[in-house]
Design a protein around this ligand. Structure first.
Ligand SMILES: [Zn+2]
Length: 134
């Protein structure tokens, strides 16, 4: 069941040509967010995310993220992380970055900046407690 507020956006999206959908998807993947109407960007990104997650599930075995350059990018699709999560359970205490596109998670040690791999002057933020990252 589609909420009434969402129906106009979906109806307008159905009228868009495949070519224009591909142009908007490409714009989103390139970070050109102003090229895509916001009410359509949400659904196009969701479709891209589902497509990438399905493609990733076809990869045999597990991907290994190598240390070094470009560690801040998803090892599967090359997109950027949307969050950093410290896991509990089997991998307790290990930090994983979560891809904003394909839902892949990859390990990056907590003592490094996930963007530049710098090890000094890091600030940790946590919703639960100001001491949780320590
Ligand atoms: Zn990814």
């Amino acid at each position: 069941m589609v909420p009434e507020e969402v129906k106009p956006a979906l109806e307008n999206l159905l009228k868009v040509s495949i070519h224009d959908l591909e142009l908007m998807a490409t714009a989103l993947l390139n970070g050109e967010f102003r090229q895509v109407p916001p009410e359509q960007a949400l659904f196009i990104w969701a479709a891209l995310s589902l497509f990438c997650a399905q493609m990733d599930s076809q990869i045999p075995g597990k991907a290994n993220a190598e240390y070094g350059e470009h560690r801040q990018f998803c090892p599967v699709c090359g997109s950027i992380p949307v969050s950093s999560v410290v896991q509990i359970g089997i991998n307790q205490g290990l930090r994983y970055l979560h891809c904003n596109l394909c839902e892949t998670e990859w390990h990056v040690v907590r003592v490094k900046c996930s963007n530049c791999e710098h090890k000094k002057e890091l600030d940790y933020w946590c919703v639960a407690s100001e001491y949780a990252a320590g």
